[in-house]
Design a protein around this ligand. Sequence first.
Ligand SMILES: [Zn+2]
Length: 442
Amino acid sequence: MKKVLLIICFVAFNIAGHTQNSLIFNWRGYNGDLINRNDSVWAVVTTWRDGAIGAYSIVLDDFGVISFNKSVKPAWDLSKEAGFEKIKLSWGIVTKQMNDENWNNAVIMVSQGHEMVNHAMTHTDATLWNEKDLKYNINDANDLINKRVYEIIHSSGEYFAKGKRCEFFVYPYDSFNKSTHEYLNKSGFVGARGGERAIVMKANFPDPFRINFDAHYISNRDWTPDSKSKRWPNMHIGLNEAIDKIIEAKGYMIRELHSVPDIPDNAWFDEDNNYENWPINNANKGMGGTWGGLTKNQLRVHFEYLKKKIESKELAIYTLSEAVKYSFTVRAFENEAVLTASGQNWIIKLNKKPDVCVEDKYKEEISVIVDLGVAVEQLSVAYDRNHLNTNEDNSPRIKPRRMDDSGRIWSISINPFKSADHTALLIRDGKWFGQDIKINNL
Ligand SMILES: [Zn+2]
């Protein structure tokens, strides 16, 4: 029997870490599903974090190429405004163009839960790269991002696993092919923005290197977050419209943005009828706009919509590698998990699907929503089932989140691969220790 399983696993690796069986799974979430469950004392692995209905990522390209203060910082500043705490962004770095100030800011941004991803060493077309170019733009660029960002961070608290490295690729010009995807997979990446335009993917998307996306571009003066570009044909779907479609499909998609300049509402376009010359889209106007720009105020309108959808438990925001890892870990487990009382505490056990293998690079914390049957004030989690072991590595990074007013229903974050039998101890009224953010000296 063991031999058969090994063979299946081997096949699974060759098609990007999944088997056909792993593609069969049912959406499970909080609203419209678990909130109305009648029985008590249960545990369910949810399709998206904290039982959200759908999932979304925002990536901002060309970090390094565009002005940090005029085009990058306004988006970063916006993410720090009150109410936007759960909106974490990804930035695509053009490695060769980065200066020391950019690198140092990137370290701080990652320590706040944003992710730096690889946008190549030079901003060139990946389908034209030879072997030497591939190594330079993919592997060498990654080494540099790791050296200047990830290796400096010992722990980014609840945000990323210790030892995280750069592991996601966003292609310059969104130009890619099968062999560039394969090169990334071979190089240890977990995924890439290399799929279809503006089509929401089902949560069990098969290929993590073919993640769907839509690039944003403003070409009309009466822009709203619901409008698509009227005159520039490659933007297919409005900012907020994409969110509605994600929730409707219970799926996932990436939004691609570029510079986010802080240009006043009446100054991002001008009398020039050619939208490519507007300050929002043209670096030569000196206001921080570049190809596909979006002002800070315009992005804020989108953020307000995201905030509403997060609060109503309809949407989870992930950074790029997080979404892929979450999905690939979840699909290896049955939805129904087992919650058993153990003294005054509980043991949670996730049921692994025997025929689904998960490559180490995809193993991550996922959400399990539990109904404890009784209300508790707080919860903590011990992987080794010893409630006295308060070592920070003995608990998940992400703190249990209360889902209802009574304190009976919680969303537990757990990496089920941390224990051999996919179990952990939930400690009644246990004090949460968590991990501190630790950065080596810049
Ligand atoms: Zn770019």
